[in-house]
Ligand binder design. Structure first.
Ligand SMILES: [Cu+2]
Length: 257
């Protein structure tokens, strides 16, 4: 009997050990709970486990975004997101067992996230110096992660897709837990760049080295590969890396470009 109770208690603990995007802070202001965020699932904080489902996109019941408003953000500015286990004000962030990377993507809102439209603007995996995962830092920062909106992207409305991948069961196929959510932002200022994107779902495979992964709970995870494309490194008015083009004048001096 005592054992059965203990099992029930631990099961309910596990069931509530998930997480969701609760707030975003934009232009120096912390928005309200759920403001500019696509409404959560009825199950709210439950993870996605299938990389092929369209729920991997936004984990929302508002599939076309019609009920979600957009928060303005200046291109080149720093904004932040916050994840919590639930929507209560005293909620913690995520179970400490749920270690893994934290990522942020953008896609033009007009695409509704469909097609090869998602480009990554932030990722935080494992760091050797501190032996910490992105989720460890999230827990230390009360659920918050900060990043910069690229300075050179085209202004307009975007879907901001946030994602945590919890790796505690990722050693088996289909064991990784995905915690995506989407917010709507209006990027002001900016430039004219529309960075190349990838499809979500589509780009992630269930046997990607960052998705099917035997996490070392204590020790070196430096071989871990964060899923998805490389982070778009525009920003600060600089153009994305291009093949150097030799003009006639430059070519004489630096034809080895
Ligand atoms: Cu969980």
């Amino acid at each position: 009997m005592a054992t059965a109770v203990a099992v029930l208690v631990s099961l309910s603990y596990l069931a509530s050990a998930h997480t969701l995007l609760t707030t975003i802070s934009t232009n120096g202001k912390k928005n309200g709970l759920g403001e500019c965020i696509r409404p959560w699932w009825l199950e709210r904080n439950h993870p996605i486990r299938d990389v092929k489902t369209t729920d991997l996109r936004c984990r929302t019941k508002d599939l076309n975004g019609s009920t979600t408003k957009a928060c303005p953000v200046a291109a080149g500015s720093t904004m932040s997101i916050a994840y919590h286990r639930n929507t209560r004000p005293d909620s913690d962030v995520i179970s400490q067992s749920h270690t893994g990377p934290v990522m942020v993507y953008l896609a033009p809102l007009a695409s509704n996230g469909e097609g090869e439209v998602w480009f990554k603007i932030f990722e935080d995996g494992w760091t050797k110096e501190s032996n910490e995962w992105g989720t460890d830092r999230l827990i230390k920062n009360n659920g918050e992660a900060s990043f910069t909106i690229p300075a050179d992207i085209k202004p307009g409305d975007y879907l901001l897709r946030t994602e945590i991948i919890a790796l505690h069961n990722a050693r088996t196929l289909g064991g990784a837990q995905f915690y995506p959510n989407c917010a709507h932002i209006t990027v002001t200022g900016g430039g004219s760049v529309v960075p190349p994107g990838v499809a979500i779902p589509g780009y992630y495979k269930d046997n990607d080295p960052g998705i099917l992964y035997s996490r070392k709970k204590f020790g070196d995870n430096s071989k871990y590969v964060i899923p998805g494309p490389p982070v778009y490194k525009g920003g600060a008015g600089t153009a994305p890396p291009k093949k150097p083009v030799c003009t006639k004048r430059k070519a004489r001096k630096r034809h080895d470009l």
